[in-house]
Write a protein that binds this ligand. Structure first.
Ligand code: IVH
Length: 672
C-alpha cells in the first residue's frame, strides 16, 4: 500500500468508525458489532503508526492522547454559563409565564421547549470549522477549566461534527455545544461494585463521580470510566443561526450529538404540567439521574430579549420534583419532651430543601433508634420526608466521617424541668418525664388539643400557644376558653383582627364531637381511630370516664394497653379537675346519638356463655340495634343477660341494683 492508498484507507476507516459511533450513541442503534468496530480501530491505529503524519486530531485513535495533564488552565467562556431558578408546582409555573408575558411585547405568542434536567456537570465544547478544539467545565460560569484531553475520551462527543450533516453551516466558523456530562446509574453501580471487591472506598453518587473523573489529570483513567455527554445547547456568533431551541436539538443530533429525544415543544402551562406528570414516574427508567425538568422559551430571540436576572435567564426555569430524600449534616441532637412526657431525641440539621420545603429538624424517635442507627452529631445523614409526615433521619453516611463526630448520649434528666427521666416499663424504649406539670408539656398539650384532628381551632399553633402560656393567660387546655379579644390583643403576636379571629375560632368549638374531644385530651395511645371507636362504643364522656379496663378492652380495636391508659388518665385528679373546668366553662363533647335502633338507651351485660352466639356477636348485635354493651354491671345497666355457668358476682350485683334479668331466649326475642 502506498501512502496515497493509506491516506484513502485511513480516511474511510475514520468515517466508518465515526459513523458507527454516531449510530451507537446518538441513534441508539448498531451498524456493526463492537468487535468489528474494534477490529477497524485496530487497523486504523496500525496504519497511523506506519504513517504518523496522516494522524488527524479527530481520528478515533486520538481520543486518549495518553499524556498526563499537569494542571488545568482557566479559560473564559464566550458567554456566561448560567444557572436556573427552581419552581416546584403549577402555581409557580403560571407565575413564571405571567412574568415573562408581561416583559414581552403585547400579544406575543410564547412557545415552550421542555427537556429532562440531567444530574451531571455542565460542559462547553468548542468546534472550529467542525473540529473539536476545546472542552471547558462550567467553573464559576464566567470561566472554567480546560479539560479537553479528558473530554476527548468520551465516546458520545464527536471529535468532528458530522460532515454528512444537513446543518452544514455549523461546520464553518465557531460552533459551541453545551451539555451535561453524566455517569449512568448502571455504570456507577458497576464501578462501585468493582471498587468494593478491590477494597477501595465507594463513591457517593454518579454526579460527584463524573465531576471528580473530569478533573482527573490522567486521561487514561478518564477513558476507563464510562461517561456520557448529552447536549442541550447550540451557540453561534450569529444568534440567528439558531432560531429556536427545538431547532438546536434537531441540529445537535444531526451534527453527531446525543440529546434527549423526548425533549418537546409545548404551548401552555397545562401542556407543561402534563409533561411534568408524564416524566415524574418515567424518569426513574432513564439511565441517568434526573432532578427535574428544564422549561425554556422556544424562540431564541424572545429568550435573549428576556435577559438575565441574577444568575439565571428569565426565559428558563428548572421544574424540580419533590425530592423525598436529601443529605445534610447533623448540627446537634437535643431531647424534646412531648405531650405525654415522652423524651424524643431530635436532630437539628443544616437547612436542606426536601419535597419543596426547608427541613431543619428531624425526629430520631428514641434513644435505641439513635444508637441502633449510630447517628452522631457532625454526621452527614440521609433525611427522608414523605407527604406531611415529620421528617426522619434514615441513616448516617459513615464513610464520610472524619473522626470529629460525637456519639449521642441520652440525658438522665428532663431538659425542661430537670426531673429524672423514667421508663414506665423495663422493656419500654421511650424515656419519659414523669412530671405532669413539666412546662414543656403544657404547650404541647394545648397545641395538640387545638390541632386539626382534634378540636381544629385555627390560630393555636406552637408560637401562639407559647406566647399565651408565657403571658400567664393560659396554663391548660380549658383556659383557652377564658380568652377574650381584649386580653389577647395585648400580646405582641396579635393585633385586633387576629385576636378577634382567634377568640371566635375558640368559641366556635365548645361542643366538639366526642371523638375529637377524647383525641384532643392527649391520652397516651389514643389516636384518632381509637377515639372514634371509643366514642361509638360509649357515646358519652361520662361513660368512657367510668368504664373499667374490661369494658374498654371489649371494644373492637381497643387492647389492654389502651384500656389501661384510659383508666389511668381519668383516675388522675389533675385530669378530673381539667374536665370539671371544661364543664364549668360550658365546653363539653356532644353525646353520640344512638342510631335510633329498637335497643336505643338500653344497656346490656352478659354473664356466662350463650348457646346461640359468643359474647362478641352479642355485643355487635346489641350495638347494631342502638343498645350499649357493657362488660361489667353498673347502676345504669338495663338488662343482665344470664347464660350458662353464669358469674355469681354479677347476679348478686344485679339483685342489689334491681337490674332486670333476661334468659337467653328472652334476649333473643328482644333482638328479633
Ligand atoms: S438548559 C441556563 N437543559 O442545569 C442554563 N440545562 O441549573 C440552561 N442541565 O447549568 C441550560 N440538564 O448544567 C439545560 N436539559 C437540560 C439540562 C440542563 C441539566 C443543567 C445545566 C445547567 C443547570 C442549570
Amino acid at each position: 500500500m502506498n501512502k496515497q492508498q493509506a491516506a484513502d484507507r485511513i480516511s474511510k476507516l475514520r468515517d466508518l468508525i465515526n459513523d458507527y459511533r454516531y449510530h451507537y450513541h446518538v441513534l441508539d442503534e448498531s451498524t456493526m458489532s463492537e468487535a468489528a468496530a474494534d477490529s477497524l480501530k485496530h487497523e486504523l491505529s496500525q496504519l497511523e503508526t506506519e504513517y504518523p503524519d496522516l494522524i488527524t486530531a479527530d481520528s478515533p485513535s486520538q481520543r486518549v492522547a495518553g499524556a498526563l495533564t499537569e494542571s488545568f488552565t482557566s479559560v473564559q467562556h464566550s458567554s456566561r454559563m448560567l444557572s436556573l431558578n427552581d419552581v416546584f408546582d403549577q402555581a409557580e409555573v403560571s407565575a413564571w409565564r405571567d412574568r415573562i408575558t408581561k416583559l414581552l411585547p403585547p400579544d406575543t405568542k410564547i412557545e415552550y421547549f421542555a427537556d429532562i434536567k440531567m444530574d451531571g456537570l455542565a460542559c462547553a465544547l468548542i468546534y472550529e470549522d467542525g473540529l473539536l478544539v476545546r472542552g471547558i467545565t462550567r467553573g464559576d460560569g464566567y470561566a472554567g477549566e480546560d479539560v479537553t484531553a479528558n473530554i476527548r475520551t468520551i465516546d458520545s462527543i464527536p471529535l468532528h461534527l458530522r460532515s454528512t450533516s444537513q446543518y452544514k453551516q455549523f461546520l464553518t466558523g465557531r460552533t459551541e455545544v453545551r451539555g451535561e456530562i453524566v455517569m449512568y446509574k448502571q455504570d456507577f453501580d458497576n464501578l462501585n461494585a468493582e471498587r468494593l471487591k478491590q477494597g477501595k472506598s465507594l463513591f457517593a453518587n454518579p454526579r460527584n463521580t463524573a465531576a471528580g473523573t473530569i478533573r482527573q489529570l490522567d486521561p487514561q483513567l478518564v477513558a476507563s470510566r464510562k461517561l456520557y455527554f448529552r447536549a442541550y445547547d447550540l451557540l453561534r456568533d450569529q444568534p440567528r443561526d439558531v432560531p429556536t431551541n427545538a431547532f438546536a436539538y434537531q441540529a445537535l443530533r444531526d451534527l453527531g450529538f446525543l440529546s434527549n429525544p423526548d425533549a418537546k415543544v409545548l404551548h401552555s402551562v397545562e401542556d407543561i404540567m402534563q409533561y411534568v406528570n408524564t416524566w415524574e414516574v418515567k424518569r426513574q427508567d432513564l439511565p441517568f439521574n434526573t432532578d427535574g425538568l428544564v422549561v425554556k422559551v422556544n424562540d431564541r430571540e424572545q429568550y435573549a430579549n428576556l435577559g438575565v436576572a441574577g444568575k439565571a435567564p428569565r426565559a428558563a426555569i428548572a421544574y424540580k420534583y419533590a425530592a423525598e430524600q436529601a443529605t445534610t449534616k447533623v448540627k446537634d441532637i437535643f431531647v424534646s419532651i412531648g405531650r405525654t412526657g415522652a423524651a424524643t431525641p431530635v436532630a437539628m440539621l443544616e437547612a436542606v430543601l426536601i419535597a419543596g420545603s426547608t427541613v431543619q429538624m428531624a425526629t430520631l424517635h428514641n434513644e435505641s433508634e439513635v444508637l441502633r442507627k449510630d447517628i452522631r452529631v457532625g454526621d452527614t445523614v440521609i433525611v427522608h420526608k414523605a407527604g406531611d409526615i415529620i421528617p426522619e433521619v434514615v441513616e448516617p453516611l459513615v464513610t464520610l466521617r472524619d473522626g470529629s463526630e460525637k456519639p449521642f448520649k441520652m440525658p438522665t434528666n428532663c431538659p425542661e424541668c430537670n426531673t429524672k427521666l423514667v421508663k414506665y416499663k423495663l422493656e419500654d424504649v421511650v424515656w419519659r418525664c414523669p412530671n405532669e406539670s413539666c412546662p414543656s408539656r403544657a404547650w404541647k398539650r394545648i397545641e395538640h388539643f387545638a390541632s386539626k384532628s382534634a378540636l381544629d381551632i385555627e390560630g393555636l399553633g406552637e408560637k401562639n400557644v407559647i406566647a399565651l402560656i408565657d403571658s400567664g393567660l393560659v396554663s391548660d387546655q380549658a383556659d383557652i376558653y377564658t380568652l377574650t379579644a381584649d386580653k389577647v390583643i395585648n400580646l405582641d403576636r396579635f393585633a385586633e383582627v387576629s385576636a378577634n379571629k382567634l377568640v371566635k375560632s375558640i368559641q366556635s368549638k365548645t361542643k366538639p364531637t366526642l371523638a375529637r374531644f377524647i383525641y384532643g385530651l392527649g391520652i397516651r395511645h389514643i389516636g384518632t381511630q381509637t377515639a372514634i371507636d371509643l366514642s361509638k362504643a360509649f357515646r358519652t364522656i361520662e361513660d368512657i370516664s367510668t368504664a373499667t379496663i374490661n369494658m374498654l378492652s371489649d371494644v373492637d380495636g381497643v387492647g389492654d394497653i389502651v384500656a389501661e391508659s384510659v383508666v389511668e388518665w381519668f383516675a388522675e385528679p389533675r385530669n378530673q379537675k381539667l374536665l370539671a373546668k371544661f364543664k364549668d366553662l360550658g365546653v363539653w363533647p356532644q353525646p353520640v346519638k344512638s342510631v335510633g335502633g329498637k335497643l336505643a338507651g338500653m344497656k346490656f351485660v352478659v354473664t356466662g356463655s350463650l348457646e346461640s352466639m359468643d359474647r362478641e356477636s352479642a355485643a355487635e348485635k346489641i350495638r347494631a340495634l342502638g343498645g350499649d354493651f357493657q362488660s361489667s354491671l353498673g347502676k345504669d345497666t338495663t338488662y343482665l343477660v344470664v347464660g350458662q355457668n353464669d358469674g355469681a358476682s354479677k347476679l348478686t350485683k344485679a339483685a342489689a341494683y334491681g337490674t332486670k334479668q333476661l334468659t337467653e331466649t328472652e334476649f333473643l326475642e328482644l333482638l328479633a
